[in-house]
Design a protein around this ligand. Structure first.
Ligand SMILES: Nc1ncnc2c1ncn2[C@@H]1O[C@H](COP(=O)(O)OP(=O)(O)OP(=O)(O)O)[C@@H](O)[C@H]1O
Ligand SMILES: [Mg+2]
Length: 278
């Protein structure tokens, strides 16, 4: 089904607030900084990834909702361009589209079908997903070749992960046999005992699938989305930027794409994401 080489990475965990959007945005931007052509797709009606890369709701002409609901809506009318990064935005209209998808045959394959032709235009596609099992999460799991699961280290780590693993198994046994977990990522890491325990539990359960890189809790990462900036725009020399570059290095190795520049040079970026078709 997925004949093009371009990997499609869904960042997913049905638990809210674990760092999915932060990871999707900053991984996508970091991959773009490694000279890969990257498309970020916001599949969450909250639109946090969209706003987090600086696209304002009132400027959006075309979004993922249009692509799902209208087969003839041109994908190019829904792609916004940032610093080496394309974005397909989400708006609150996506909630209604999700409700309409319930009960429609194969509606959960539409995102995969719409992204398929774009896979020859990009080196990697990153999907941000909502914090609920539902048609949109299923759409992401059907469209993805790989999954990154952020795990909040300040929380009992395996809560919900087994449910997610069961959901992934269902999809693999059904419509998307090629789906695989690229890795588990510890997020919101701080020096507490709970954080260390969570890391140990995750390692004991998933071994090498746990990324060596851990994303530390940091003020700069917290501030960036409200400013509509990735961490590489907001604080390119911060711990958060370095953590997401470390993740990107591992992701590129695991996917065997591109050659990671071994020294990280904090970039100078200015552009927030521009309007579609500009
Ligand atoms: N490493 C970090 N350090 C500090 N704050 C962080 C970090 N990662 C994420 N945050 C903040 O924590 C909150 C939740 O993060 P984020 O939105 O990425 O999670 P999410 O899993 O996408 O949430 P949702 O389930 O609502 O979509 C946000 O306010 C974000 O800015
Ligand atoms: Mg989110």
């Amino acid at each position: 089904m997925h004949d093009a080489k371009c990997p499609v990475i869904a960042v997913a965990n049905q638990k809210g607030g674990v760092g999915k959007t932060t990871t999707a945005i900053n991984l996508a931007q970091a991959l773009a900084l490694q000279d890969l052509k990257v498309l970020l797709v916001d599949l969450d009606p909250q639109g946090n990834a969209t706003q987090g890369v600086g696209v304002r709701l009132e400027t959006i002409q075309g979004s993922i909702a249009d692509l799902i609901r209208d087969r003839s809506f041109p994908a190019s009318n829904a792609i916004y361009q940032g610093d080496g990064l394309g974005l397909i935005a989400a708006t609150p209209a996506l909630s209604r589209v999700e409700r309409e998808m319930t009960g429609q045959t194969n509606s959960e394959l539409r995102v995969m079908q719409r992204l398929q032709p774009l896979r020859s235009d990009y080196s990697v596609i990153v999907l941000d997903t909502p914090p609920t099992f539902g048609p949109l999460m299923n759409s992401a799991l059907n469209a993805a070749t790989h999954l990154i699961v952020p795990v909040d280290s300040g929380y009992f780590a395996l809560m919900g992960i087994r449910e997610l693993a069961a959901e992934v198994e269902e999809i693999k046994n059904g419509t998307n046999p090629g789906l695989s977990v690229l890795g588990y990522l510890l997020t919101l890491v701080d020096p507490t005992n709970l954080s260390h325990q969570t890391a140990d539990t995750l390692l004991a359960s998933f071994g090498d699938l746990v990324f060596e890189t851990k994303v530390r809790r940091s003020v700069k990462l917290k501030e960036a989305p409200a400013l509509g900036k990735t961490i590489f725009h907001h604080a390119p020399d911060s711990a958060g930027a370095r953590d997401y570059m470390g993740l990107t290095d591992e992701v590129m190795q695991r996917l065997q794409i591109g050659a990671y520049a071994t020294t990280y040079t904090p970039p100078r970026l200015s552009v927030v994401t521009g309007a579609a078709n500009e």
